[in-house]
Design a protein around this ligand. Structure first.
Ligand code: NAD
Length: 286
């Protein structure tokens, strides 16, 4: 049976470090402040933002929520992001995704790039993603960091490891594949147009899946003793929350596996908090 990688416990370690750093900054008279932008009234996005608020408050980071209605104009969003990005008191700015299509159209990249790269705590501006691709120091997307941290908890050295990353989104798949490549893993990126996914996954020492498809990874696709990291979050018709992995059967084959919930989710929030403190320190040269 696989070892269950306890994302909650790992996230607790990261959060405790962040809390200690924030306390130290406060003791020196500083204040770490984060602004989240939420457009529209999507219930899932409202929950995600509330979770971020609670997490910030627990570690002493000041949290500001800026909301715009789904009926707002594109220019309202542009003006708000510009204002927050220029505000010297704010250290981190995040645009909660997805933004309603009637507001953002096909301008998501343009709007994300309005965020000062030094405050881009989601790591989604082209400046930060470009640096990640170049192997340079930058603010790295939080989920990718959570995935690496979870893997490192059971496999500290990725040199020579074959990793299959399922998913190539801007927010998870692409940055994760870059981060793991920078850590000397040999990474194969698979996606919805990949032919014969199982042929790839069966060769992998580590499988990371972020597709949003329940039961996409089944036991027959997993090499014995592989590490399986499940980023997916799917709500089934009965209300149950599941990942992209057939957990009950894959845990019999894998050496280690992350659960859903309680795996990568808590680590993603913990690394958002960490990015906010990293951003503060860079802005203040401390
Ligand atoms: P997305 O829809 O932007 O991307 C999904 C990717 O999966 C695409 O690249 C697509 O090509 C690939 N894909 C889809 N179906 C596939 C299939 N059948 N075979 C192979 N590849 C397939 O989604 P996203 O934003 O990257 O999120 C992916 C999942 O991760 C979602 O369930 C999301 O809720 C979850 N997520 C979790 C966290 C977390 O903190 N745990 C953070 C972000 C996203």
């Amino acid at each position: 049976m696989a070892q269950i990688i306890d994302g909650k416990a790992l996230a607790g370690v990261v959060r405790a470090n962040v809390a200690a750093e924030v306390a130290q900054i406060k003791a020196q008279g500083g204040c770490v402040r984060f602004a989240a932008v939420l457009v529209g009234e999507d219930p899932a996005s409202q929950i995600y933002v509330r979770n971020k608020q609670r997490a910030c408050e627990k570690v002493g980071i000041e949290f500001e929520l800026h909301t715009l209605p789904a009926t707002c104009q594109y220019q309202d969003l542009v003006n708000l992001i510009r204002r927050l990005s220029a505000d010297k008191k704010i250290n981190g700015v995040l645009l909660q995704l997805p933004v309603p299509l009637n507001v953002i159209g096909n301008h998501l990249t343009e709007v994300l790039n309005l965020i000062d790269p030094q405050k881009d705590v989601d790591g989604l501006t082209v400046a930060n993603l470009g640096k990640l691709a170049s192997g340079d120091d930058c603010l790295i997307p939080c989920t990718a960091q959570g995935v690496l941290y979870a893997i490192n908890s059971v496999c500290p050295n990725l040199m020579g490891k074959n990793v299959v990353m399922i998913g190539r989104s801007r927010i998870v798949g692409r940055p994760t594949s870059l981060l793991l490549t920078n850590q000397n893993a040999t990474v194969t990126v698979c996606h919805s147009r990949t032919r014969n996914l199982a042929e790839h996954t069966r060769k992998a020492d580590i499988i990371v899946v972020a597709a949003g498809c329940p039961n996409l990874v089944t036991a027959d696709m997993v090499k014995p003793d592989a590490i399986v990291i499940d980023v997916g979050i799917n709500r089934l018709a009965d209300g149950k929350l599941v990942g992209d992995v057939d957990f009950a059967n894959v845990e019999k084959v894998a050496s280690a596996i992350t659960p859903v919930p309680g795996g990568i989710g808590p680590l993603t929030i913990a690394f958002l908090l960490n990015n906010i403190v990293v951003a503060y320190r860079r802005q203040h040269g401390c």
